[in-house]
Design a protein around this ligand. Structure first.
Ligand code: NAG
Ligand code: NAG
Ligand code: NAG
Ligand code: NAG
Ligand code: NAG
Length: 483
């Protein structure tokens, strides 16, 4: 019996059956859709019939909504002169054009006086994460042009660039108009109906708060994009999530975009053995207008300590947009203070980890409840937490003393962990392919898992809308214990 089954003859019969089955299926598909390329045939056959043998992309296929009207992405890039590269619309920040080069990575940094590596460092504007992500996605190894095969549908809308054109407009109709057009377009496509948008995702380089205006009061911040009914059915990833469960956070882009695996390893090795003359550092500016801001207190404590380095961003002659200024200090410090700024998170946290500087967080929303796909669950392994809701929480805390109290052994273990994390926190150059899993790869993995979970709920006959876009009011709750 066994011999018969493995015999040449029966194998041929089996092969014949499979082939005819595939052919029938192919004809069926041809009937439904007339414009399929060869690779899609391979996809169909691979996915449906022999995936367990040959299809390493099974469950990972992504369809890009390439047919999105150019006004939602490419036209914005052509119009880069009117886009703000900073946090306001003032004349000195408007003009994104210089940052668009190198697939959105920005101009390459030519000389860094030995602070950065000689290659793969760029002046990257973090808002362009949406462009960098799109360019990486175009190189993704499991793209499909057949929506029905896709596990996830990527909407390459430059959400933040588009919003930035009107975020400061007092007329709310104007502020929200483009987002409304987008959801109207996307929900009108045939792909929408399959899961009512629950397999769709978007990416932005702005914080989610910029799209979460809850009331129609023109003094309230943001667009209302994420509260539109269609938008509620979609998942968005951004550099800072909101309280709503369909927003997820992924790392801010830093200035390092390696083009080779070896560049990451070399960088890690260099960070491991640097001399770090400062115990701690703070690079930033005070927020005198924000009553609850702890920055003023941190700056006072830093200035009063002989082992702390303070760099006052924005003060005369100090340009913190220059990575050489920032990285030099982070590379010279053991700990880097990362208090909230205008929002909970900061790009600076990623710069500090990239420099092997152990981040000190003061609010769970600055990292622990944000970057769930990229940072270890147990935050004591790679960071120091000093909970501070406001300045009064810091009155009894002497940061210098607290940090000196951490053993050398623990310090070394944390730094090793931070340096180990580096590959997961950088976005590789979209023009190359790395073996290393980078921030993009982990983001895609997280998105696919998220959508697969929704599919599971649907398969179980349950309502996928339950919990999908709910508010999680406990997200930023300070823990009772420090672990
Ligand atoms: C960078 O280039 C300079 C001069 O070309 C060289 O001296 C230096 O060793 C290089 N550094 C690294 C990290 O490759
Ligand atoms: C806001 O803009 C819309 C569209 O341009 C216009 O019709 C409306 O009158 C404006 N509303 C206010 C209050 O100015
Ligand atoms: C809009 O917000 C302002 C400032 O917060 C407030 O004074 C005003 O009462 C609000 N208007 C409405 C209609 O809620
Ligand atoms: C959102 O998804 C639900 C099903 O989960 C669907 O009933 C609803 O119509 C969708 N909303 C839109 C605007 O498509
Ligand atoms: C977290 O990591 C620390 C240090 O490695 C360890 O002592 C602690 O038990 C861990 N906590 C949990 C909940 O795993």
């Amino acid at each position: 019996m066994e011999k018969l089954l493995t015999g040449k003859c029966s194998r041929e019969v089996l092969f014949g059956i499979i082939i005819s089955f595939c052919l029938c299926f192919a004809l069926l598909c041809l009937h439904n859709s007339s414009s399929l390329g060869f690779s899609n045939w391979v996809n169909i056959l691979g996915n449906r019939h022999v995936h367990s043998i040959v299809d390493s992309c099974s469950g990972r296929y992504i369809y890009i909504h390439d047919d999105l009207p150019a006004r939602f992405n490419y036209d914005l890039l052509s119009n880069c002169k009117s886009l703000s590269a900073g946090s306001s619309m003032s004349s000195d920040t408007v003009n994104m054009c210089p940052y668009l080069v190198n697939f959105g990575l920005g101009p390459e940094i030519e000389s860094s006086k030995g602070v950065l590596a000689n290659k793969s460092w760029f002046t990257t504007n973090p808002y362009l994460l949406e462009v960098i992500f799109h360019n990486r996605m175009k190189q993704y190894d499991c793209l499909t042009s057949i929506p029905s095969l896709a596990s996830a549908i990527y909407v390459p809308y430059y959400t933040g660039l588009d919003a930035s054109l009107h975020l400061w407009d007092t007329n709310l109709t104007v502020r929200d108009s483009s987002a409304k057009d987008l959801v109207k377009w996307i929900s009108g496509k045939p792909e929408w109906k399959k899961m009512w948008g629950r397999d769709h995702f978007l990416v932005t380089g702005r914080t989610s708060w910029d799209f979460r205006r809850q009331h129609d009061n023109n003094s309230d911040w943001g667009s209302g994009f994420r509260f539109l009914p269609e938008s509620k059915n979609m998942t968005m990833v951004s550099v800072e999530g909101s309280l709503w469960k369909n927003d997820f956070a992924i790392p801010y882009p830093t200035n390092f975009h390696p083009a080779k695996d070896s560049e990451i390893v070399q960088w890690q090795n260099r960070m491991r053995y640097l001399e770090r003359p400062y115990l701690f550092a703070f690079v930033g500016a005070p927020r005198p207008g924000m009553q609850k801001s702890i920055r003023g207190e941190l700056i006072d404590q830093c200035r009063a300590s002989s082992t702390c380095k303070f760099v006052h961003c924005g003060s005369h002659g100090i340009n913190c947009n220059n990575p050489v200024t920032v990285m030099k200090v982070f590379q010279s410090s053991v700990y880097c203070l990362q208090p909230p700024g205008d929002s909970h998170t900061r790009r600076s946290a990623f710069d500090s980890m990239l420099a092997g500087c152990i981040p000190v967080f003061f609010n769970p929303g600055s990292a622990y409840s944000q970057y769930l796909w990229h940072l270890p669950k147990n935050h004591t392994k790679y960071s120091v937490f000093i909970p501070a809701r406001d300045v009064t929480d810091l009155k009894e805390v002497r940061i210098e003393k607290l940090l000196l109290g951490i053993s050398k052994k623990k310090q070394l273990a944390m730094r090793n962990k931070v340096i180990k994390l580096i590959p997961k926190l950088v976005y590789a150059d979209p023009r190359s392919r790395l073996e290393t899993q980078d921030a993009f790869d982990l983001a895609v993995k997280g998105i696919l898992e998220r959508i697969e979970n929704v599919r599971k709920v649907i398969r179980e006959g349950k309502d996928p809308s339950i919990g999908f876009a709910e508010e999680d009011s406990l997200k930023y709750t300070f823990p009772d214990t420090l672990e």
